[in-house]
Structure formats: structure tokens, C-alpha cells
Design a protein around this ligand. Structure first.
Ligand SMILES: Nc1ncnc2c1ncn2[C@@H]1O[C@H](COP(=O)(O)OP(=O)(O)O)[C@@H](O)[C@H]1O
Ligand SMILES: [Mg+2]
Length: 155
């Protein structure tokens, strides 16, 4: 019963996202991950305000970071993970950049087939008309870099 309820909670929109915005929601996500993974430490760094973003962007970015952290703990054996979000002007455009990197095992990008997690990440970024780069190398960790345009973004 408890597992069922917990599973449902995970699928629902996190309440903290609606109440306090993306910055606070990511703090709670990362704090929870750190509590559950004492062998690793994830650092969260944010630049610029993340609390007045359109809802669609906030939920997609939250789910993307959540999947990246799940992958880091499930597949990488990393001891250091870094999540960086920055809202800044780039070439005169208001842009949100999201970067997640880990110092774990990495993978061979030529061999590894994409699972549902990475595909979902790609689809979320496409829905936001952003760009996604995944750089992975055996033994050198994984780096995910996303840029999402904010001007004219769907609400
Ligand atoms: N941070 C990571 N470190 C090492 N390997 C990873 C990482 N993220 C993804 N992978 C590899 O890429 C595969 C696909 O990931 P994903 O699409 O999220 O599917 P899943 O997590 O369900 O296996 C994983 O099975 C794993 O082999
Ligand atoms: Mg995954």
C-alpha cells in the first residue's frame, strides 16, 4: 500500500513546484537525492531567478534533472554530481541553461542505446524548442547540457 501511494506521489506534479517555484523544488530534489545516496554528493548551483518561469518549462526541467540524477545513481557510480541552472542573456535572448555532470563510469556513446529516460529528456527539450547535448565517454562521466529559449516560450 505504502509503495503504491509513493508511486502515485512520484507521478503527480510535485506540490513544491507550484507553491515555491523551480529553484526551491530543485533544492528539495537534490537534498532528497543526497540523503538517499550518502556515497555521492550532488551540488546545486543556480544563477538568476528561476521562480517566474512558465509552468511547462518548470515541470519539464524538473523531470529532466530528476531523470539525470536517477541515472547518475543507477548507472554511474559517481561520487560528485553537479547540477547547474543559469538564466541569462545569450546573444540577446533570454535563455535557461541546464547542465548536469557526474564523475562516474560514463558510457560508450557509440554502443549504448538510448532508453526511455534519455529519450524522454530529448522529447521534453524538443517540446520546449531547446537544444540538448549529451557527452559521454567510458570512465569519464556524463555531461548533459541543455539550453531553452525563454522569450516567447509557451506558458
Ligand atoms: N549518468 C550515467 N552514467 C553512466 N551511464 C549512464 C548514465 N546515464 C545513462 N547511462 C546509460 O545509458 C542507458 C540509457 O539510460 P536511460 O535512457 O535513462 O535508460 P535507463 O536508465 O532506464 O536504463 C543506461 O542504461 C546506462 O547504461
Ligand atoms: Mg534512466
Amino acid at each position: 500500500m505504502y509503495d503504491v501511494v509513493r508511486g502515485m506521489m512520484r507521478r503527480l506534479r510535485p506540490v513544491v513546484l507550484d507553491e515555491f517555484g523551480l529553484g526551491r523544488a530543485l533544492e528539495e530534489l537534490v537534498d532528497g537525492w543526497n540523503d538517499r545516496h550518502p556515497e555521492a554528493f550532488c551540488r546545486l548551483e543556480t544563477t538568476g531567478s528561476l521562480d517566474v518561469l512558465p509552468d511547462t518549462i518548470a515541470i519539464h526541467v524538473y523531470r529532466i534533472v530528476q531523470e539525470a540524477l536517477t541515472n547518475a545513481s543507477k548507472h554511474s557510480g559517481a561520487t560528485q554530481v553537479e547540477v547547474r541552472l543559469a538564466r541569462a542573456q545569450s546573444a540577446g535572448m533570454d535563455t535557461l541553461s541546464v547542465a548536469v555532470r557526474d564523475d562516474g563510469a560514463g558510457f560508450d556513446a557509440a554502443l549504448r542505446h538510448e532508453g526511455l529516460g534519455l529519450r524522454g529528456m530529448r522529447e521534453r527539450v524538443e517540446a520546449l524548442r531547446g537544444t540538448l547535448a549529451i557527452v559521454a565517454e567510458m570512465g569519464r562521466g556524463v555531461r548533459i547540457a541543455i539550453a531553452i529559449p525563454l522569450a516567447g516560450a509557451p506558458a
